[in-house]
Design a protein around this ligand. Structure first.
Ligand SMILES: Nc1nc2c(c(=O)[nH]1)N[C@H]1C(S)=C(S)[C@@H](COP(=O)(O)O)O[C@H]1N2
Ligand SMILES: [Mo]
Length: 300
């Protein structure tokens, strides 16, 4: 796939999975010498190395498995993802049920190192693998009348134990404007560090929209619907005053209960300074034109 954007995080910034295991041993050794804090300082300049595999797969938000950061890693093994199907319907030429394996056979998988910024003001850098959402939508053929894309997560309370509690109005739903969905940065992720997604990260496939707050990146998708009206989204339905439809990372528009100007990089160490949050999470050059003329305070 040709992309029209320039990543400032290069493959050289990735900690290979094997090297990361060595680094952990190294850090354990340094801790023994009382030098561990050195590894957590000096992290103010961008770009940063991706987070470790362990951080990415044990510190999660996936309320279908509980609301604690460690709950998804604890409970997501119950989810069965074999013979996964994705229904694509609405304003498309070829509506129907698409098998995950069939989709994968038709996609070219690439690695994307993206910043990931949760609305709760923590962040990571994650080496995803996957394909552009546009390529999946092309399989189904978007009709000219379509203006939005709606997404839905699996609803299976027997396996997703958090769905037994009315924390959100299940199933989790999300949405994008069509031009956001077709943007070359918008990824359907199927892996991390070149390994298939673990359940806690949204196996077998989840959305990644790197310039928006993390909750837009809906996990374990079973349904995609092209619509001509703005679809409802789970967090907007739950707390509309706090979570808007757009949810673009914006350090100048605070959450009603906390500042969005800075963020805590997971794994930065006990003494790491918070770092400045970047407009559109550092993807301003690529995505700002999508919002030309829009009041980003109103459309938060
Ligand atoms: N279905 C579903 N998708 C979800 C969530 C969720 O609770 N359920 N949490 C969101 C939030 S708030 C964040 S920050 C990211 C976390 O992704 P990660 O655990 O892979 O880092 O997933 C998003 N996608
Ligand atoms: Mo989040």
């Amino acid at each position: 796939m040709a992309h029209r954007w320039q990543n400032d995080l290069t493959p050289a910034d990735v900690t290979p999975y094997a090297a990361y295991l060595n680094r952990r041993q190294l850090m354990a050794g340094m801790a023994g010498l009382g030098l561990a804090t050195l590894a957590g300082t000096g992290a103010k300049a961008q770009p940063l190395n991706p987070n470790t595999y362990e951080e990415i797969t044990t510190y999660n938000n996936f309320y279908e498995f509980g609301t604690g950061k460690g709950d998804p890693a604890k409970h997501a093994h119950r989810l069965t993802t074999d013979n996964w199907q994705i229904e694509i319907d609405g304003l498309v030429e070829r509506p129907g049920t698409y098998g995950f394996d069939d989709i994968m056979a038709q996609m070219s998988i690439e690695e994307r190192i993206y910043r990931f910024r949760c609305v709760e003001a923590w962040s990571m850098v994650i080496p995803w693998s996957g394909f552009e959402l546009k390529d999946l939508l092309d399989l189904a053929g978007v009709k000219p009348e379509a203006k939005y894309v709606a997404f839905e997560t699996l609803y299976r309370p027997e396996e997703m134990i958090g769905q037994k509690y009315p924390v959100l109005d299940w199933p989790y739903v999300e949405g994008l404007r069509l031009d956001e969905a077709l943007h070359p940065l918008t990824l359907m992720a199927t892996g991390i560090y070149g390994k298939p997604l673990l359940n806690q990260n949204g196996a077998p496939l989840r959305l990644v929209v790197p310039w928006k707050y993390g909750f837009k990146s809906i996990k374990s998708i079973v349904k995609i619907t092209l619509t001509d009206t703005q679809p409802p989204t789970a967090w907007n339905e739950a707390l509309g005053r706090e979570y808007g439809f757009y949810s673009n990372v914006n350090p100048t528009v605070d959450h009603p209960r906390w500042s969005q100007a800075t963020e805590r990089r997971i794994g930065g160490g006990l003494f790491a300074k918070r770092q400045d949050t970047l407009m559109f999470n550092g993807y301003e050059k690529e995505v700002a034109p999508l919002y030309d003329g829009m009041d980003l305070r109103k459309f938060f």
